[in-house]
Design a protein around this ligand. Structure first.
Ligand code: ADP
Length: 271
């Protein structure tokens, strides 16, 4: 940090002092800028739907005789925008929970094969027959982590594959053990793909390749930021391979653990 460099270097008046301090200040300025941008983004993202809801409320107050049909239409739109705000607030809470430092005793054995199985079911439900699925899960894979966080991380990848893919698209989801120690989770779609200049920025908060499409699909713009944080918590990182017009693959590798043995009340080990 800044203070450490200053203390160290002040004793011997190193010529590099100036340079080191200014580098650190640049870093602090960057962090401050990121924070300012974040608050501005959140405010904007909340203000937009709230303005819409507010407008409909005013209209309904001004025209108490509004025909039922129109009333229903307004209420539907208000519901959609309040859902959007709730989704955003949920993602913000998830992000701040992820940023809180965690004790290692919060890490639990997770049955990753079962989690991925459940994710696939949810992906299929979300897709509502608009896409086909091809899945492959290595059985009995366990990792150490925080169930909810890992679930959030992986579900964003599956849901994005569904939400950004076209009708009739194809999605491959796999959990593949390499050896006794590592496993790779991956989601491949044959959707629109992502141009290479966007890829390094995908995990930034509120970064969207196609803003209109992302909002229309119900995205908060925080999904991959959450995935990145949650994967880091599990000692993993997000890999993205994508080709415009061909599709995308999002994957992450994990260290596996032995299946935990259940100890019965009598103290015998059940396997
Ligand atoms: P959002 O809530 O907008 O989906 P994400 O952080 O999950 O936000 O993703 C960031 C952006 O990355 C999206 O807005 C979208 O443009 C792009 N993206 C993510 N997944 C895919 C995918 N499978 N195919 C194409 N584009 C994607």
């Amino acid at each position: 940090g800044l203070s450490r460099h200053v203390m160290l270097k002040c004793t011997d008046f190193d010529k590099n002092l100036q340079l080191l301090v200014s580098q650190d200040i640049t870093r602090i300025e960057q962090i401050n800028q990121t924070r300012t941008d974040f608050v501005a983004n959140v405010s904007h993202e909340l203000r937009t739907p709230l303005t819409v809801i507010n407008g409909f409320v005013e209209t309904m107050q001004d025209y108490p005789q509004l025909p039922t049909e129109q009333r229903i239409q307004f209420l539907d739109l208000m519901k959609k925008d309040s859902d959007r705000m709730l989704a955003l607030l949920d993602d913000l809470l998830t992000l701040s929970r992820l940023e809180a430092t965690k004790d290692s005793d919060q890490l639990q054995p997770i049955h990753l094969s079962a989690m991925v199985g459940q994710l696939i079911q949810e992906g299929i439900i979300l897709s509502a027959d608009k896409q086909t699925f091809d899945t492959e899960i290595s059985a009995n894979i366990w990792v150490k982590g925080i169930q909810l966080d890992l679930y959030n991380a992986l579900s964003n990848l599956v849901f994005n594959a569904v939400r950004y893919n076209h009708e009739g698209g194809h999605i491959q989801i796999s959990l593949e053990a390499h050896d006794d120690h590592t496993v790779t989770f991956s989601v491949t779609d044959n959707g629109p793909g992502i141009a290479s200049e966007h890829i390094p920025r995908l995990t930034e908060r509120f970064y969207r390749v196609d803003t209109g499409r992302s909002r229309a699909s119900g995205g908060t713009g925080l999904g991959l930021a959450i995935t990145k944080h949650a994967l880091a918590e599990h000692g993993s990182q997000l890999l993205v391979e994508s080709q415009l017009g061909i599709g995308s693959t999002f994957s992450a590798q994990f260290d596996t653990i032995q299946e935990p043995q259940r100890v019965s009340l009598l103290g015998n080990i059940e396997t």
